[in-house]
Design a protein around this ligand. Structure first.
Ligand code: ZN
Ligand code: ZN
Length: 413
């Protein structure tokens, strides 16, 4: 028995005015998802807890069966891990942006004019060569990931992730000094290191040849690194130990890949998987089918639905759901229905109306040989609320799936 869990990021929504007060799931033409609802068991799921808007990281931890409130230790380290940075358990990592600041360190553009990968790579090389004088005793790694994004990883003894962000989060405000959040020696030391590093980065970036060329071409110079989301790698028992399974993830976003790596899952890279609405949905589905040969559990993560909601684009969100539906059709045509479970859900609601993650429950459906079919005929927020799973928590899903796979042990005698 095998299981595939499809997570469409932020797919769940609230009723939308532009869609006649229906949700995108209620609007989209999605024969395969509805087929799943007809033949499976449905329900709604609170990723963390009712009314709590989850991040993609905490929600994915929960959907993998972990207690997110206990294991979560910040976004930076997960993003670093998912981007392939070699991060150690003692490291403190931050999520970074190349940004443009003026001479008073006031932010002019938080993405340095959406700098190209090429320019960002060159600038990352410049700042990686920096040597810090003094007796702070630490090493650092700075790597750019996609466009303006990057990760900063601080390595040394007596560090702490309980420090604030340098990113003020909006233009027109001055870069913030990183501060200790608990007033302890470790966090004060970490804040001092990061503040010193960021100023050194600024000095080097400001005179970097790439930036001089950018200014000549009329582009914004990437003269500052903004950092946020300090974190360390959470210590969790890998899925392979908890359920005796081989697990893999097919996805493109560093954050979700980082969570999966922490859970001990293998990451499967797919050509054409971009984490954007233009991603190759069928290529990802094909990768899942190939992975079924060697894995018991595969998580297929699709980011595009969340992107459409943050961009507050109802039409795009409906189109993406229809593309996901086609990819599911491909999956359904290739799996052995007697030997596989297929589950589809969202990691949270991302509201087209607010452009934010919200705390509403998300729909969930599970198909497979031994599920108790219910009377639900459509896969959407309101239909699934009448389903046989009723209302479950995010962390209930993995035990339910693993029990269907025969991978759970009896509690008691
Ligand atoms: Zn998400
Ligand atoms: Zn989001």
């Amino acid at each position: 028995m095998k299981a595939i869990l499809v997570i469409a990021d932020g797919m769940a929504d609230r009723p939308v005015r532009e869609l006649d007060w229906r949700t995108p799931l209620e609007t989209a033409r999605k024969p395969f998802l509805d087929q799943m609802a007809k033949t499976g068991v449905s329900g709604i799921l609170d990723p963390i807890s009712p009314g709590i808007p989850p991040g993609s990281d905490t929600a994915t931890f929960a959907l993998l069966g972990y207690d997110a409130l206990r294991v979560y230790s910040g976004r930076g380290a997960l993003e670093a891990l998912g981007s392939g940075t070699e991060i150690l358990p003692c490291d403190v990592a931050f999520r970074c942006n190349f940004a443009t600041v003026d001479e008073n360190l006031v932010v002019v553009d938080r993405r340095a004019g959406r700098i190209s990968n090429e320019d960002a790579t060159e600038l990352a090389k410049n700042i990686s060569r920096i040597q810090i004088e003094g007796a702070l005793g630490f090493d650092f790694i700075f790597e750019n990931t996609i466009q303006h994004r990057g990760v900063l990883c601080i390595r040394g003894s007596k560090l702490s992730a309980l420090v604030s962000d340098s990113d003020p989060g909006r233009v027109g405000e001055k870069v913030l000094a990183v501060k200790s959040l608990d007033n302890k020696h470790e966090s004060k030391r970490t804040a001092e290191i990061v503040n010193k590093l960021l100023l050194e980065f600024h000095k080097v970036l400001k005179d970097a040849p790439v930036n001089k060329k950018r200014i000549k071409r009329g582009l914004l110079p990437a003269n500052m690194i903004l950092c946020r989301g300090a974190g360390t790698i959470p210590k969790v028992r890998p899925l392979s130990q908890i359920y005796q399974i081989k697990a893999a993830c097919v996805g493109a976003t560093p954050l979700v890949k980082g969570v999966c790596k922490v859970a001990g899952m293998d990451l499967i890279e797919v050509k054409g998987a971009t984490g954007t609405p233009q991603t190759d949905y069928v290529a990802k589905a094909k990768a899942v089918i190939r992975a079924l040969e060697s894995y018991d559990f595969i998580l297929l993560h699709i980011k595009a639905t969340d992107v459409a909601s943050h961009d507050r684009n109802p039409k795009l969100k409906v189109e993406i759901i229809e593309k996901i539906d086609s990819a599911l059709g491909y999956l359904m045509s290739k799996i052995d229905p007697d030997k596989s479970y297929l589950a589809v859900t969202a990691d949270h609601t991302t509201s087209l109306a607010t452009g934010n993650h919200e705390g509403d429950p998300v729909p969930i459906v599970i198909t497979g040989p031994f599920v108790r079919r219910d009377g639900v005929e459509k896969f959407d927020e309101r239909s699934c609320a009448k389903g046989g799973l009723n209302r479950i928590k995010g962390s209930d899903l993995m035990p339910i799936l693993m029990n269907l796979l025969g991978r759970t042990t009896m509690f008691g005698a």
